[in-house]
Design a protein around this ligand. Structure first.
Ligand SMILES: *Cc1c(COP(=O)(O)O)cnc(C)c1O
Length: 341
């Protein structure tokens, strides 16, 4: 039994999902003739109460398209220092949009309205880049799966409106936030100009993301997606996986959250653990005691068929997901409980 807790992207389609994919009705999506893609786009737009949505091969491309739509070269966006758009999209912000980032020192990857307000460059001060966009992440990835308070996001939106800025949500794991906080996704639709969501993380689809917005913005996004090479043909097979995932794999995210919290509790009891960060969803970040070698620790777990990842600077990460089942969880719990270093 190999247990991979490196990321929630390691899941494989379930037999039921595969069967649903096989049966998909498909067409050429570049001609907008793939009925399954069209269904998924309508379905996701509806969930958030927004006008339209566009299917993308990756979350990175959906975020990059949003940034391109909301900015002009030379301008600046505001984000947390841990933001995926800054750290993990290959420098695409500058490559694709010619934009710089003003990074804020948030709390576990979350920024607040006051910080945003103070990071906006005055538009008449022409020496500084023009601020045009604010990006937030929910849940936060590098911030350890933390969830925003929707009220704070609404306050940030107010700041954006006051200063004529666009507001983008990187919602790669928005499903986890919605389940953890029992929130109505329509509140998010009202708060943001654009939202990107992933189907290939907690929901367990093999690929797929969507960008959600108003009709006019999605029409423009279609061209940007084409430029980035993201126009795909009979991609309804992949969209079907997303439809299946939305229908069957959202509610169960609560199990991933429970397991991550249980692992956090066990780790917090161990003498060889230095610190365990608060767990709200399916990501658990902890540091081991400085007397223990990180490489040695990872190796020891690997010998017991458990893989977790290092985030550098002594931080380790565990991510629970669809393919991490109860039998595996019992085994990991027992292994960690017995582990003496
Ligand atoms: C995974 C992720 C993305 C998109 O990643 P892709 O691998 O390109 O699909 C975007 N934002 C966050 C916060 C993520 O965790």
């Amino acid at each position: 039994m190999e247990i991979n807790l490196v990321s929630d992207t390691v899941t494989k389609p379930t037999p039921e999902m595969l069967e649903f994919m096989f049966k998909a009705d498909v067409g050429d999506d570049v001609y907008k003739q793939d009925p399954t893609v069209n269904t998924l786009q309508r379905m996701v737009a509806n969930i958030f109460g927004m006008e339209d949505a566009l299917f993308f091969p990756s979350g990175t491309m959906a975020n990059q398209a949003a940034i391109k739509l909301h900015t002009q070269p030379g301008e600046q966006l505001i984000a947390d220092k841990y933001a995926h758009v800054f750290n993990y999209e290959g420098g695409g912000v500058s490559f694709n949009s010619g934009v710089s980032c003003s990074l804020l020192d948030g709390d576990r990857g979350m920024i607040n309205a006051r910080q945003v307000e103070s990071a906006i460059n005055p538009p008449d001060f022409y020496h500084a880049p023009l601020t045009s966009l604010v990006c937030v992440e929910n849940t936060t990835n590098k911030g350890g799966g933390a969830c925003y308070d929707i009220a704070e996001l609404q306050k940030i939106r107010q700041v954006c409106d006051n200063h004529n800025l666009k507001f983008h949500l990187d919602g790669a794991r928005i499903w986890n936030a919605l389940v953890a906080k029992r929130e109505n996704p329509r509140l998010y639709g009202e708060t943001f100009h654009t939202i990107s969501v992933c189907l290939s993380k907690g929901l367990g689809a093999p690929i797929g993301s969507l960008l959600i917005s108003d009709k006019e913005t999605i029409e423009k996004a279609l061209r940007v997606r084409k430029i980035l090479g993201g126009g795909m043909r009979q991609v309804g097979y992949m969209a079907a996986a997303g439809i299946y995932a939305l229908q069957h794999h959202v509610g169960r995210l609560a199990e991933d959250h429970r397991r991550a919290k249980e692992l956090a509790y066990i780790l917090s009891q161990k003498s060889w653990v230095h610190k365990v960060e608060a767990v709200e969803t399916n990501i658990l970040i902890f540091t081991i005691s400085p007397r223990i070698s990180e490489a040695g620790f990872l190796d020891k777990l690997r010998q017991k068929n458990i893989q977790i990842s290092s985030m550098g600077q002594g931080k380790l990460r565990i991510v629970t997901h669809l393919d991490y089942r109860e039998v595996m969880h019992s085994y990991v719990v027992e292994t960690l409980q017995k582990l003496e270093l």
